[in-house]
Design a protein. Structure first.
Length: 241
């Protein structure tokens, strides 16, 4: 008995394939525009409104069953706090547009990205993106940072940073940090206390501001000197009223 020939698979016509490809590309472009538009709206909104939470704060709240964070306006924070954080994390904050090219070149020369991330980049990552070092997140961070710099004031960037930064497990923002470590309100923080809080920022879960290790004490002393320096040479003028 002769075998039946297997039916030939129908080929998708070239015109139809091009049509499907165009629809997929068109959908991706529309999706990108929609996400970009949403992020732009959120950047505009947060010039005045305070972010109710952040992706990382939300995930930590779910993990820990809650976090300690209360928003506080920058005028109710001791000025030395902002100067200490800038001295510790981004000494040229008032002089760049979101990226410190000198710090990036230095980090590349040293084979590390430590110290290359500006406060503006950290705010974008904390408020709008997720943790991690994927290329997708870094690309979005690079795209959004100049937008935030163009729309927000430097003072607003500092204010948001101080209110969403992690200072310990479940401790977010300068108000919660001041009370958690020293039992005071942010307006009462001393130069030493402000520097010690800034010194734990790179690794808040493993460092303590109220019981500083020898390395934290050394770092806080450097930060105190740096805060005094940027106050004298004008590098704190963009965020001090």
């Amino acid at each position: 008995m002769a075998k039946r020939a297997s039916p030939k698979k129908k080929k998708t016509p070239p015109v139809q394939r091009r049509s499907i490809k165009r629809r997929v590309i068109g959908g991706l472009i529309k999706g990108f525009i929609a996400v970009a538009g949403l992020l732009l709206v959120m950047i505009l909104l947060f010039t005045m409104l305070n972010p109710p939470t952040t992706p990382y704060m939300f995930s930590e709240s779910r993990r820990l069953g809650g976090v300690n964070q209360q928003w506080i306006a920058l005028e109710h924070v001791a000025p030395v706090v902002a100067r200490s954080v800038v001295a510790a994390e981004d000494a040229n904050f008032c002089e760049h547009w979101g990226f410190d090219l000198a710090a990036i070149k230095k980090a590349i020369a040293q084979g590390s990205n430590r110290g290359a991330s500006t406060l503006s980049q950290q705010v974008v990552k904390n408020v709008y993106l997720w943790q991690g070092r994927t290329w997708v997140r870094k690309a979005l961070e690079a795209a959004l940072t100049p937008v935030v710099e163009a729309i927000w004031t430097k003072r607003r960037i500092i204010e948001v940073y101080l209110n969403v930064a992690e200072f310990g497990e479940g401790v977010f923002g300068i108000d919660a940090a001041a009370q958690h470590y020293f039992g005071v309100i942010p307006a009462e923080l001393s130069e030493v206390q402000a520097a010690q809080l800034a010194a734990i920022l790179p690794s808040p879960k493993t460092r303590s501001a109220s019981r500083p290790s020898a390395s934290v004490r050394r770092r806080s002393a450097q930060i105190r000197d740096g805060a005094a320096t940027i106050s004298k040479d004008g590098r704190s003028s963009c965020f001090e009223s």
